[in-house]
Write a protein that binds this ligand. Structure first.
Ligand code: GDP
Length: 694
């Protein structure tokens, strides 16, 4: 039968880990008593060591779930004695004063304003000298609230005790012999939940402090009968040094007073009797719970099995498999996304960037140049041979080309591609499933940005170096020229459309083209006046006059500003149209000989060559390197770095995965418990209930 309690204690621990609900509960012995009733001394004498927190200032602030595991000597060698705090991972704690220290720290960690906490401390003690028992030590009832203890403390403690003394637990009500039992808060509380004392054992401490006859009469329990009876103990003797446990003194006391205590067989005295009694009662209580708990576990198991089938189709997962799948998915996702970084796409993007640069160069050197309309005239005049064109235009073209090639293409092109990669990583990190794993997402971003940072400098230099020849000379063949020319025509047409759209918007905004016409006329007249006033001031050697203040405008200032914008677009449009005509002219179509007359076509070819070369080297220096390193970094920084605890932590960050794992674990544990329960009932072929004394 010894075997049974022990097994059931194991099962009880497993059930506690499955859930804290009341359906799946095997009994434990709950120890209650008022402060100083001798509660700690009794527990310590059962364990045979001092290990509970001591001090004047109410040191038990959290319930202690104490599991005692009897370890019989093996092969003639006494087995070792140690404690374990499963939640703390301290391993075997072999010294009881160390256990005491840990318990004290855990208790003192409860904030003073809370005073008591409902969160139990799990402590297991393995020893050849303890019986197989589970006991729960609770804070002692407070008799007189003291200054430094909050008002509500008394209530909090009794709430906590009430929660634990419910069925199926057994109650160990500790009372001191020298205090009237009528005043025992422990007995009072137990009577409320167990009026007949069917699951309450009374422990009367300090038997040495009252005359033997008086002690015996308490134990007889006539005044406050308990079905399971009272046990009288002495766990500290009045004279003994603090810290000594007084087995011998106790034995001597009861044998010296055999007259009082041995008179009838029914009086139970001594710590050994108490231990035996607790074992018997716990065992028989557990045995009688066996049937109902087996049923309850069966039901829970069926439910969990059903849910597992319905919700997950019996698919088993593990935290490890989730991590591995997530990383594989990440690599796959990344690989798929790298399609956007194929050479033709990169080249196209770089070309677009360079087209913008070309437009800037054209604006700077040609559109703002007063002589630019001449270019169209020359182009339209077949008599002027290419070699007769003013050298001015040749210089201008060279300046434009060099402005473009020296605009920092290496750096800009590299950054453009690197930004694309960053954007890709950032969007992966922000999406499923990394939205559940913020710290992993951060690490992902961090290391991929680090790879990029490493490569950007080298790549930019390499690209810049490779486009260097174009800074000196660009050779253009007729085929390239024609492509460049038609692309320029396209770009200009787009630009024209863009300007026209803007103009249309402005027209609509100010209220029609007539209105815009007035406004533009007004702006022109303003400009004219301004010019005249400045000229006058200059002639009179006066400082230039300030422009007309906004509030003096004939029209609303915002509209005047719109009209100014419209004027700019108008000017831009006339240049663009002029240049478009030139680009489409015979001269421009004839080929690269006329490059100085058609700078747009020439610069487009240059841009294309720059884009081509940049793409090649960015591909080698940045993309290939990144695509090689990235999956390896995933392995080394995200995957291999994780220990078991972090893997579990990672998996449980994802709510769906956590729910799956929780249910699976619950089902597994219930299966295991069920297996053990079944093996127990076959083991108990003789279902004889443990005898009850009394
Ligand atoms: P707790 O506050 O209920 O845990 O009580 P303790 O175990 O700390 O005991 C309170 C006081 O009573 C301590 O000073 C103990 O030494 C003393 N005490 C406990 N048990 C006995 C006993 O059986 N006989 C005597 N004489 N004193 C005891």
């Amino acid at each position: 039968l010894m075997h049974l309690t022990r097994k059931l204690i194991e099962i009880r621990t497993m059930l506690l880990s499955i859930d804290q609900s009341d359906t799946l509960k095997l009994p434990s012995i709950v120890v209650i008593g008022s402060q100083s009733s001798g509660k700690s001394s009794v527990l310590e004498s059962i364990v045979g060591h001092e290990f509970l927190p001591k001090g004047n200032n109410m040191v038990t602030r959290r319930p202690i779930e104490l599991t005692l595991v009897h370890t019989p000597p093996s092969a003639g060698k006494p087995s070792e004695e140690y404690g374990e705090f499963p939640a703390l991972g301290l391993g075997k704690v072999k010294s009881f004063s160390e256990i005491q220290r840990v318990l004290t720290d855990l208790n003192l960690a409860v904030p003073a304003d809370q005073a008591v906490s409902n969160d139990p401390i799990d402590l297991r003690i393995y020893s050849p000298n303890v019986p197989d028992l589970t006991m729960i030590d609770l804070p002692g009832y407070v008799q007189i609230a003291s200054m430094d203890q909050p008002e509500s403390l008394r209530e909090k403690i009794s709430d906590l005790c009430n929660r634990y003394i419910q069925e199926p637990n057994l109650i160990l009500a500790v009372c001191a012999a020298d205090v009237d039992l009528a005043n025992s808060p422990a007995l009072r509380a137990s009577r409320k939940v167990d009026p007949l004392g069917l699951r309450t054992i009374g422990v009367v401490t300090k038997m040495d402090l009252v005359p033997p006859e008086q002690g015996a009469s308490i134990l007889a329990g006539n005044r406050y009968p308990l079905h399971l009876g009272y046990v009288g103990v002495i766990s500290k003797s009045a004279g003994a040094k603090p810290g000594t446990i007084v087995r011998q003194a106790e034995a001597d006391f009861f044998s010296n007073n055999r007259a009082a205590f041995g008179a009838t067989n029914s009086l139970m005295v001594g710590t050994d009797t108490l231990r035996k009694r607790l074992m018997d009662v716990l065992e028989s209580s557990m045995a009688s719970s066996l049937h109902s708990i087996t049923n309850a576990v069966q039901l829970e198991l069926e439910e969990a099995t059903y849910q597992f089938k319905v919700q997950y189709n019996d698919r088993r997962i593990s935290a490890e498999s989730y991590v591995a799948e997530t990383m594989d998915a990440l690599k796959a996702r990344f690989k798929e996304a790298t399609q956007q970084f194929k050479k033709p796409i990169i080249r196209q993007k770089l070309k677009a960037m360079l087209d913008d640069k070309v437009m800037d160069v054209l604006e700077q050197l040609y559109w703002l140049e007063k002589r630019t309309p001449e270019l169209s005239d020359i182009a339209a005049d077949p008599k002027i041979k290419p070699q007769d064109v003013d050298a001015f235009w040749q210089h201008k073209l060279e300046a434009a080309s060099s402005l473009l090639t020296k605009s920092g293409v290496g750096r800009d092109a590299t950054l453009l591609v690197a930004d694309g990669l960053r954007g890709l990583i950032d969007s992966i990190a922000a999406g499923e499933p990394f939205n559940h794993h913020p710290s992993t997402a951060d690490r992902l971003i961090e290391f991929s940005h680090a790879i990029l940072r490493d490569r950007i400098g080298v790549t930019a230099d390499q690209v810049e170096n490779c486009i260097k020849p174009y800074k000196y000379e660009v050779e253009v063949d007729p085929r390239e020229w024609e492509i460049g020319r038609t692309q320029s025509v396209d770009l200009f047409e787009k630009e024209v459309t863009m300007c026209e759209t803007k103009l249309k918007d402005i027209r609509k905004k100010v209220g029609g083209s007539r209105r815009l016409g007035y406004l533009i006329g007004y702006v022109r007249s303003l400009e004219q006046e301004d010019k005249e006033r400045r000229a006058k001031a200059k002639a009179a050697r006066e400082p230039p006059p300030p422009p007309l203040p906004l509030e003096n405008y004939k029209y609303p200032a915002a509209q005047v500003l719109d009209a100014r914008q419209a004027l700019l677009y108008n000017d831009r449009l006339s240049v663009l149209k002029l240049r478009l005509a030139a680009l489409k002219s015979k001269r421009c179509r004839a080929g690269p000989d006329n490059d100085s007359l058609c700078p747009e076509a020439f610069l487009n070819v240059v841009a294309d060559k720059l884009a081509y070369t940049s793409t090649m080297f960015i591909n080698i220096e940045l993309l290939d390197q990144f695509f090689y390193q990235f999956p390896r970094e995933i392995d080394s920084r995200l995957l291999y770095d994780l220990d078991r605890k972090e893997i579990v932590q990672f998996a449980s960050e994802n709510p769906a995965v956590k729910a799956h794992l929780d249910l699976q674990e619950r089902k597994d544990k219930l299966e295991e418990v069920m297996k053990q329960l079944t093996s127990l009932s076959t083991l108990r072929t003789d279902p004889q209930p443990a005898q009850r004394r009394n």
